[in-house]
Design a protein around this ligand. Structure first.
Ligand code: SAM
Length: 280
């Protein structure tokens, strides 16, 4: 034990059969993530960012090789101060937890956090992305990362979607999961919320009649509505949009990938707000 560690809160674990390790491994399944209200994020920088942004850490896991690393020791002390547990583990345990060869040296288990839909009250030029039944964790993670990059406000998951807190989604966000608020809603709850939304609800649709570059998005809040990967937007959601926009395509592809289409749209909507000189 070093002086940085609070006795009893730092445990050395080398066995895969350890119950704490079993609980963390169970986070691979949504059922257990929801039961424990927890999820896992890998990497020292990510864990520090998450703590700085006020996320609540339940467990910090680090490789034995990290012993004596002052940054890791500081994060361990922050974890203990926040009431979390610190596990110093063998590389075998870390590989098994992350299901990866050459795992990161540090993994954090955090409490999940959703923003209640009723707390989203868009104003000014706020941009929100609503995703209808998004299925693919890579797509969801990439959208969350892009929302962060363009300075949009957050993501609303509509209907049954893939889990924003799965390891695959979290990996694809590259840390943006901690910066981008995520709300979830049934289609009915979303439609009720949408009735009071003061700006433009811009749907994207392969049958959209309007070129996405012809709309003036400036100065009002926008909800960008994106359809499911296989089926696109259902009629109920499409009919609730103020506009149905299309991104022109050449070539043989039927459609763009969902995350790519979201990126194209977000850069158009946020065009006037972004410059190389300033991050707002
Ligand atoms: N087969 C689906 C369909 O018929 O809509 C394709 C869905 S596409 C892979 C996923 C979503 O990305 C669409 O619902 C739409 O929101 C958006 N999208 C993809 N390409 C688009 C385009 N060229 N114009 C507008 N939206 C597009």
């Amino acid at each position: 034990m070093t002086e940085h560690r609070a006795p009893g809160r730092v445990k050395e674990v080398t066995s895969l059969a350890n119950p704490l390790v079993k609980d963390i491994k169970a986070l691979a399944l949504k059922k257990f993530r929801d039961q424990q209200n927890a999820f896992m994020a890998e990497g020292l920088k990510l864990v520090i960012d998450a703590l700085d942004l006020g996320w609540s850490i339940k467990t910090l896991i680090f490789a034995k090789a990290g012993l004596g690393n002052p940054t890791i020791e500081k994060v361990a002390a922050r974890t203990v101060a926040a009431g979390g547990t610190v596990l110093e583990v063998s590389e075998k345990v870390l590989t098994s937890i992350t299901r990866r060869d050459n795992p990161q040296m540090v993994v954090g288990v955090f409490a999940q956090r959703y923003l209640p839909l009723k707390d989203i009250r868009p104003k000014d030029s706020d941009v929100w992305v609503a995703l209808d039944r998004v299925r693919d964790p890579g797509n969801l993670g990439t959208v969350i990362r892009t929302v962060d990059a363009v300075g949009a406000k957050g993501v609303i998951l509509v209907g049954e979607t893939t889990d924003p807190f799965s390891l695959e989604t979290v990996r694809a966000t590259m840390g943006s999961i901690f910066a981008v608020p995520v709300a979830k809603a049934t289609p009915e709850a979303f439609l009720a919320w949408r009735k009071h939304f003061p700006g433009i609800v811009a749907g994207t649709h392969l049958k959209g009649a309007v070129d996405y570059r012809s709309v003036d998005f400036k100065g009002k809040p926008v909800v960008l509505m994106m359809g499911n990967e296989q089926q696109g937007l259902p009629d109920t959601l499409a009919e609730s949009c103020d506009r149905l926009l299309r991104i022109p395509q050449a070539g043989r592809a039927d459609s763009l990938n969902l995350a790519v289409a979201t990126g194209v749209m977000l850069y158009e909507i946020r065009r006037g707000a972004l410059s190389l000189d300033a991050r707002d």
